[in-house]
Ligand binder design. Structure first.
Ligand SMILES: Cc1cc2nc3c(=O)[nH]c(=O)nc-3n(C[C@H](O)[C@H](O)[C@H](O)COP(=O)(O)O)c2cc1C
Length: 433
């Protein structure tokens, strides 16, 4: 059996507002109902969790303007306040929202996540990112963003500070002894007095310990520093790597790093991104994939915009018919993604490099009827190892139905995903197998 998650690539944002299947976008913008529908469907399908991406900028690096981003509708509401609404509509699904360690003060994050864990009865998780654009850093008062590896060093200390705050209440501290009139035992509640290089926090938390105590930590770094951070702290790691070989290498690498940090590799669930192309029959799905590829073909603008966002450099300035200039030490964004692209581009013009770039984020190609795709997923997991998949499709009700009412039952018929949840927390279910 393997685990399943759904990745919301634009967080609590807009998914193709003017597309054929995007629904009544004008009325639905910022309406939580679409996300509630997704959550209840994922629970029906037996998924482990949904993960809401987040950032705090309208991208404006490409050509130095927000024009293209605003045309496309790249906006995001804060995902954290959505969690209680999703929790109220579900009983078992894990609910993960993204927080940037660079910008959240540890006390604020520790208290918020503890509160959300209460409101969801032990089902909250947090995707920890260091965030990349300078514009995001400037929103929080910095002149520019910290350097990539320094961000991860800070993030490591941030997790220690947050964990110290979570641990300020010892087991048994909450007595609720009505006879003696004692709510909590003060000898079991301590200050954290965390005094690090980057963060200081006093504690204790003025909340009561939450069902999970330590909410689930999710992470998606790809660079050595990012993978070390995940291997040290994460309960679940998300990866977008190409092919079964890449998946196997990535999982082995994470396992090696975990052992180096004194952790058991079984203590993290590594989920690989997939974008299944589903239809009634295999032939229909192949035709659908052909149409999707044709629509994306030659969309150089979109590729340049994406590279600008993830690198923090304006790629409209690079000549399309020349090799990409040497960017060593010049980009400070999603480092591993940019480095991988540059390595694959050696000897090619920018135009050729973009044309041969892996399309989308799918780790394996999944195309076919629900049953065929279920078989492909089984094969990929057996070949590559790993703990499951993270579906990364736009949040439309059509995609939700295809995955939750087509693919998931096909996976279940093959015994590949859970029949039912255990009573208990997100953590209990994530580590049940
Ligand atoms: C599935 C997935 C989800 C991600 N979600 C976010 C996100 O919500 N916010 C963000 O700033 N970065 C996000 N990232 C980027 C990663 O945090 C990371 O920066 C990127 O994978 C590059 O790795 P590196 O930072 O180790 O170079 C995501 C990456 C992946 C693969």
């Amino acid at each position: 059996m393997f685990h399943m998650g759904w990745f919301l690539g634009f967080g609590f944002g807009s998914y193709g507002w003017n597309q054929q299947w995007s629904g009544n976008a004008a009325a639905d913008l910022a309406n939580p109902q679409l996300f509630v529908d997704l959550a209840t469907s994922l629970e029906r399908a037996g998924f482990d969790y949904m993960m809401l991406e987040d950032s705090s900028v309208i991208p404006d690096t490409f050509r130095g303007t927000m024009e293209e981003s605003l045309r496309a509708g790249i906006v995001r509401m804060d995902p954290m306040p959505l969690i209680p609404l999703l929790a109220a509509a579900t009983q078992h699904l894990g609910l993960v929202a993204t927080a940037a360690t660079t910008f959240y003060p540890p006390f604020l994050a520790a208290r918020l996540l503890t509160t959300l864990d209460h409101l969801s009865h032990g089902r909250v998780g947090v995707n920890l990112v260091t965030a990349s654009p300078d514009a995001a850093a400037q929103n929080y008062g910095l002149a520019k963003h910290y350097e990539h590896d320094l961000r991860y060093r800070m993030a490591d200390e941030w997790v220690q500070a947050v964990t110290a705050l979570w641990d300020t209440w010892e087991p048994g501290a909450l007595t609720l002894d009505e006879e003696s009139g004692m709510f909590a035992d003060h000898t079991k509640v301590h200050r954290a007095d965390f005094d690090g290089e980057f963060y200081k926090t006093r504690g204790p938390l003025n909340t009561v310990p939450s069902p999970q105590g330590h909410p689930i930590i999710c992470q998606a770094g790809g660079s050595p520093a990012g993978m070390d951070f995940g291997a040290k702290h994460a309960d679940t790691i998300l990866a977008s790597v190409a092919g079964a070989d890449g998946m196997k290498r990535y999982r082995d690498d994470i396992s090696r790093r975990m052992i180096g940090f004194g952790r058991d590799p079984k203590d993290v669930k590594v989920l690989f991104l997939v974008e299944p192309v589903l239809a009634d029959t295999d032939a229909d799905a192949i035709e659908k994939k052909r149409r999707m590829d044709a629509a994306n073909q030659g969309n150089i603008e979109a590729s340049l915009m994406r590279m600008s966002y993830i690198s923090g450099l304006d790629w409209s300035k690079f000549a399309l018919n020349e090799e990409i200039p040497d960017l060593t030490g010049k980009h400070n964004g999603h480092q591993s993604v940019v480095d991988d692209f540059l390595a694959a581009s050696a000897g090619k013009t920018l135009r050729e490099a973009l044309a041969s770039q892996r399309r989308g984020t799918s780790s394996v190609q999944l195309v076919g009827s629900p049953d065929t795709v279920a078989g492909q997923m089984d094969e990929a997991m057996q070949e590559a190892g790993g703990d499951g998949f993270l579906v990364a499709l736009p949040v439309t009700r059509k995609n939700i139905t295809e995955v939750c009412d087509g693919l998931a039952p096909a996976l279940r018929r093959r015994g590949l995903i859970r029949e039912e949840y255990l009573p208990g927390t997100f953590r209990d279910n994530l580590f049940a197998f």
